[in-house]
Design a protein around this ligand. Structure first.
Ligand code: PGA
Length: 271
């Protein structure tokens, strides 16, 4: 694969850092956290920052973030436009709550709620049809890594999830490499492990959609990212940002990770 720094073109990959708050924070707590994050990061340039609170806090946070560069994302959606799907939320509802982004296929959705690559593919299409930017999560479990099957698993997931998508649709997607063994465990992938897996993901995208498009896609890392380990990860050329769970609930930690992304990618990757 060519080194992306050597390619000549005008477009650039702007790093993205998203905070996945998971099933945490009531409305009042969420508003407080968003307001603190806003005070710290509202004026930051050169990094896309996405806050993903639970559904119940989306509208509140949307109002709290008005007039800033901070973007709102959801953690999940249903693939149908509307109908008798008790407890579910559609892409259109997310847009009407102020969302620009949505996390799709998180490993917790895959393992606790049985989401298959096929379902995740439908969710991607539903999100894209309403103009949302999906953050597609992929990653292997520990046994798969130990069996040396990481690339095989990533290939299967990417193939299954992206099946039938056009290049134009792919342009709106961010891919998050999240090794399942690193999520919420305090055991992050080493920068080299993440770089290697993410280079493989870009290679897959290159084969499927061509080099120009593959170079435009943000591929971010998630799994126990902290202020302490973020520098080592974010300086890697294939790591275009972070999907942060636990550390995004602490405004000081989240601020440090965002600033590390800004610092590490001062010269955004030219493509
Ligand atoms: P973590 O979660 O940072 O708490 O490991 C990451 C994620 O699940 O997206």
């Amino acid at each position: 694969m060519k080194n992306s720094y050597l390619l000549t073109a005008t477009k650039m990959r702007i790093p993205l850092v998203a905070g996945n708050w998971k099933m945490n924070k009531t409305n009042v707590e969420a508003k407080e956290l968003a307001s603190t994050v806003k005070e710290k990061l509202a004026d930051i340039m050169g990094v896309k920052i996405v806050l993903c609170p639970p559904f119940t806090a989306l509208s509140t946070i949307h109002s709290a973030l008005k007039g800033t560069n901070l973007l709102l994302g959801a953690q999940n959606l249903h693939w149908e436009k509307e109908g008798a799907y008790t407890g579910e939320v559609s892409a259109k509802m997310l847009v009407s709550s102020g969302c620009k982004y949505v996390i799709v296929g998180h490993s917790e959705r895959r393992s606790y709620f049985g989401e298959s690559d096929g379902i995740i593919g439908l969710k991607l299409k539903a999100a894209l049809s309403e103009g949302l930017f999906p953050i597609l999560c992929v990653g292997e479990i520990l046994q798969e890594r130990e069996r040396n099957e990481t690339e095989k698993v990533l290939e299967k997931q990417l193939h299954g999830c992206l099946n039938g998508l056009s290049s134009e649709q792919m342009e709106s997607i961010t891919v998050a490499y999240e090794p399942v063994w690193a999520i919420g465990t305090g055991k992050n992938a080493t920068p080299e492990q993440a770089q290697q897996a993410q280079a493989f993901i870009r290679e897959f995208l290159t084969k499927k959609f061509g080099e120009e498009l593959a170079q435009q896609i943000n591929i971010i890392y998630g799994g126990s990212v902290t202020p302490e380990n973020s520098k080592g990860l974010l300086v890697m050329p294939e790591i275009d940002g972070a999907l942060v769970g636990g550390a995004s609930l602490n405004p000081d930690s989240f601020e440090k990770i965002v600033k590390t992304a800004q610092e590490s990618k001062k010269q955004p990757v030219k493509i």
